[in-house]
Design a protein around this ligand. Structure first.
Ligand SMILES: *Cc1c(COP(=O)(O)O)cnc(C)c1O
Length: 371
């Protein structure tokens, strides 16, 4: 779809740099680059090759179509599915996609074992342990079931994994308890597990905050895209956001005090004002919740969103700008302009969301241009 009114720009160079920095940072642990949800909205197809050449050891996906996109670039690059799959997904995975699958139940393990026997080549699986995330996986009371899974023919146990629920929280108590629980699982299974199995538990936040507990591999999403998941820690300073969103002004006008703006008339000018309109709203993924809260950059200055965000139009108060902006001037919704920056994190904080939701909306609702 050709469009001229909004630019969602993704920098392959920044993505590659982030991966290189992270790879060095986590060494000797391996780096699995998480590219589920269409690479967090950055466009999986546009970034697969970059991830592989920059040094990813594996790629994390969620859906079979995502796996197909990776397979179009590489037939044998290691792919890990970061959730439990449906039976039909597993059938296709075994037949043609060769995804390393998570198993967390006897039922799915047995199903995959049969598929592996049928194709005459074992299916690579990661045992998923619930250490406190609560979304699924084997519980600590299921050690005997796990032993039976390990003994199944047609399966190759390549990994043992868990996921942190609170690695971005103020204190790490819960994460440390999860880590101890993982150790208890591993001790109980030590004699049964193959020697070359990969243990992996860390997402982006845990990778930064629990560096001594990284084990054999980390699964990093957010940090690869240069965003962080919480105020409770600092990212590596050199990680840079990969996505930028820009548009241009469609109208500027002067209006008197006491004028109402937008749907629901939720904003009334308190003084004679200059208001710019931009051709972007929640139809382009600019969150509707940012009414009377959002900030955009014009001429290197921060300017507030006033009134409701409409489907395709948002209004900006430009009264305080030192210059009068013109029709067609650049507006930065996310990214840098001169010496100012709007980050995904800042935007997400304004409406209790997370950066990924904004990445996703901008990336999935608009064409992406790659630098
Ligand atoms: C999404 C996901 C990750 C990556 O999380 P980030 O916080 O983006 O690094 C890692 N592991 C699993 C199981 C996931 O689902």
């Amino acid at each position: 779809m050709k469009q001229h009114h909004i630019s969602v720009i993704v920098s392959r160079k920044r993505f590659a740099n982030n991966i290189r920095i992270l790879k060095e940072y986590v060494y000797p642990a391996k780096l699995s680059v998480v590219m589920k949800a269409d690479a967090y909205g950055h466009g999986l197809a546009g970034l697969v090759e970059t991830a592989i050449t920059a040094g990813a050891d594996s790629i994390g996906i969620s859906t079979n179509p995502e796996a197909h996109m990776v397979r179009a670039v590489s037939q044998d690059f290691p792919l890990i599915r970061l959730r439990m799959a449906l039976p039909e997904e597993l059938k296709e995975s075994v037949a043609e996609l060769n995804i390393e699958e998570q198993v967390g139940t006897w039922e799915a393990s047995e199903y995959l074992s049969c598929e592996g026997i049928r194709r005459g080549l074992p299916v690579s699986v990661h045992l998923t342990l619930d250490t406190g995330m609560g979304r699924g996986g084997f519980g600590i009371n299921e050690i005997d079931t796990i032993r039976r899974v390990i003994a199944l023919p047609g399966l190759r146990i390549v990994g043992v994994m868990a996921h942190y629920a609170n690695a971005d929280a103020t204190t790490m108590d819960y994460s440390l308890a999860q880590n101890q629980k993982f150790d208890r699982f591993v001790e109980a299974l030590a004699l049964e597990l193959p020697d070359d199995v990969l243990f992996h538990t860390h997402n982006s936040a845990a990778t930064m905050r629990l560096p001594n507990l990284r084990r054999d591999m980390v699964r990093v999403g957010a940090a690869c895209y240069g965003v962080k998941t919480s105020h409770n820690f600092s990212n590596l300073p050199d990680l840079k956001p990969c996505m930028m969103v820009k548009t241009r002004i469609t109208q500027v006008r002067n209006i008197p005090a006491a004028t109402k703006i937008g749907y629901g008339s939720l904003y009334t000018t308190k003084r004679p004002s200059r208001i710019a309109a931009i051709p972007v709203g929640f139809g382009e993924g600019y969150p509707r919740a940012l009414f009377n809260k959002g900030i955009v950059l014009i001429g290197g200055h921060r300017c507030p969103v006033v009134g409701r965000v409409s489907l395709n139009i948002t209004t900006i108060d430009v009264t305080d700008l030192p210059h009068v902006p013109k029709w067609g001037d650049e507006v930065v919704l996310i990214g840098d302009q001169e010496n100012e920056t709007i980050t995904f994190e800042e935007m997400a904080d304004k409406f209790q969301s997370v950066h990924t939701e904004i990445n996703l909306m901008a990336g999935s609702m608009n064409e992406i241009k790659y630098l």
